[in-house]
Design a protein around this ligand. Sequence first.
Ligand SMILES: *[C@@H]1O[C@H](CO)[C@@H](O)[C@H](O)[C@H]1NC(C)=O
Ligand SMILES: *[C@@H]1O[C@H](CO)[C@@H](O)[C@H](O)[C@H]1NC(C)=O
Ligand SMILES: *[C@@H]1O[C@H](CO)[C@@H](O)[C@H](O)[C@H]1NC(C)=O
Length: 523
Amino acid sequence: MRGLPLFFLLLPSVFSLDILMYVNVIGKSHLQFADKLIGVLNKEGHNVDVIMGMLNSIVSLKGSYGARNLVTVQFPGGESPWGSVADHLNNPFVETSNWNPFNMGFTKFIETADQLCDLILDSSSVSSLLSSHHYDVALLTGYDFCPFALAHHYKISKVISYVPTPACHIQNYYGGLPELPLYENMILDAMHGDRSHFHRRVIESLRTMKDRYIHYTAYSSINEKLRARFGENFPDVREIAKNISIDFTNSHPLLEEPKPISLRLRYIGGIGLPTPKPLNKELNDILNLSKKGNLIFSFGTQIDADKISDELQKVFINTFKRFPEYNFLWKFDGKTAMNSSNIFNMKWLPQTDLLYDSRVVAFISHMGLNSFTETSFAGVPVVSIPLFADQLHNARRATSLGTGIMVRKSEITEENLFNALEKILYDEKYLLRANEISTMVSALPDTPQRIFLEGIEFAAKFENLSPHYRLAGANHHFFIQTGWDVASFLTLLFLLLAITTFKLTLLILRNVTVRILWKRKVD
Ligand SMILES: *[C@@H]1O[C@H](CO)[C@@H](O)[C@H](O)[C@H]1NC(C)=O
Ligand SMILES: *[C@@H]1O[C@H](CO)[C@@H](O)[C@H](O)[C@H]1NC(C)=O
Ligand SMILES: *[C@@H]1O[C@H](CO)[C@@H](O)[C@H](O)[C@H]1NC(C)=O
């Protein structure tokens, strides 16, 4: 008899779970990623209720995304302040300063997320959804504390975080990962120079401290906000974040930078990647026109054609003209005359289908994580022009894998672009490496779907999973995690010892000299 409940517990996927999902809609790609996750869960028979926080009002929703219940929370009039303050979207080609304390994109993000949090907590649709259902597990975007506080308030004890990017700071901080200077920690706000250089590690350590400082100032204000609303006994949001069971990130284990991670952090990059479909006749005909091959060129879903200045357009056009045997399919506006027979201005590109077509030989990309993953799976080498967020990190990954060449957005000149394209198209090693990576990712024995589903189903069963995976670092100050306290203590100790030894030697020498002199005098 005693074995029976356990038996039921161990049966996989017999029970369908009721899952609450929170999606912070920061961009279109975030919505697409959530859509894929819901698809995977639905296919397994789980019910997913979804709350969408419309942080970015440029994104519009279509349909129900497979949600059993869908609640959207948006700013009054659908106008998110994020639209007007987000420099990265308004001036995507301007290199932002990482140092000016008044120009911290991340602070603006936190402020907007804070305002959205009020709307979520005020929303009657949210409260009626959450008070009328019991959820087995909550799956929440991990960019800010709000969804975790919401889950805590509604007594959902099993909580999982996810992000459509590489791991974010809340996942790193509260999983207890040490932020060591040798590794890229804060992927959303970093210059990503070569960390084998000492000076770079010094700079990146200072940046890490800056990010921690922003974080420390941010959580106290949300704590105050929550306590004003729910009473003084509402716990510190950091304590709630420490109790996350599992953190999912969209990184792929073979593509992400090798670095120290914890078992709480799970890589599901490549999950729900679309399978390529045959191209339509028009595209088929276009691809057949070129002598040597085709390149596709896209800045992703967030950058409209009007953000690409006339001068910049000319740089691209003039460079592409210098490769007449190749055709360039550019996702632009579908109408502006490019005045060149080898450039095709497309309103939209079926990116996956094209990447898997052997007539497409290279990709010019902003390197959003989906594009990076897709091109890696398809085995297509890439010229990366990263614009913001994690794109620089992804572009550097492709460079270090040997499948890509990067052109920084502030250095887009005919010369630089020409050199990058020349290498990608004429030096075979990029293609060979891209093919090798593609073979490796498809030969990997584990799948992101399995990691995701089994993680969710396991976490849904057990109340106290977090202490098993959380690293001790989560309970300690940043200086302790990174060993700064010990290093400072030892430095001081050695300094003290050195000074004492020096003084002592001086004293002895002086005594000895005085004695010798005195002896001589006496003699
Ligand atoms: C975190 O989990 C522990 C049990 O592992 C529990 O005692 C504690 O109350 C939880 N804290 C919060 C803020 O939920
Ligand atoms: C394109 O070329 C391929 C051979 O490279 C041929 O098999 C195919 O029929 C052509 N397609 C079109 C639409 O002309
Ligand atoms: C193409 O040529 C037309 C006419 O000369 C010109 O007005 C237009 O600016 C050109 N387009 C580009 C993208 O250079």
